[in-house]
Design a protein around this ligand. Structure first.
Ligand SMILES: [Zn+2]
Length: 154
């Protein structure tokens, strides 16, 4: 995955990802409680453009739309991905109009952030191959978690 090259996340992002994971565990994995606890409205939706999720800012609050029927871990990752954009990339409201290279960087960051929420630790996996085979998420997300591991050592 090209966009993964050179992607890194900030210390703040890492802390936020781990906090998100802790709050997910607190609500015993219930995605609706998880989102509403953070002030987001979660909706299952039909999403075009081949995307799995979308972030929608309204006057009343922020909606995270997630494609219906995603496997659970992919749903968690998609929600986390959008929260990363919301928390760290959306200070510029027109961030979707950034240059392509910037969008790729932010997409990579959001995906790395999401992989950390889904897999806060890799200690239960013996090897990278085993992880990729058994982790139950898309190859892209798994690769991003391995990139994080290579870069930060855990
Ligand atoms: Zn994104």
């Amino acid at each position: 995955m090209e966009a993964a090259k050179g992607v890194g996340v900030t210390r703040e992002m890492i802390e936020k990802a781990l906090a998100l994971r802790a709050s997910l565990d607190e609500v015993r994995g219930d995605v609706f409680d998880w989102c509403s606890g953070m002030g987001y409205e979660l909706r299952h939706a039909r999403i075009k453009f081949g995307a799995k999720s979308v972030l929608l800012k309204t006057l009343f609050g922020t909606i995270i739309g997630v494609k219906r029927g995603l496997p659970y871990k992919e749903e968690i990752a998609s929600i986390a991905h959008e929260i990363c954009h919301d928390e760290f990339h959306s200070s510029c409201i027109a961030y979707r109009e950034l240059k392509r290279v910037m969008i790729e960087r932010e997409e990579g960051q959001a995906e790395m952030f999401a992989s950390l929420v889904v897999f806060p630790s890799l200690t239960e996996y013996e090897t990278a191959d085993e992880f990729i085979r058994t982790c139950g998420v898309s190859h892209t997300l798994a690769e991003m978690r391995l990139k994080f591991f290579e870069k930060y050592g855990w």
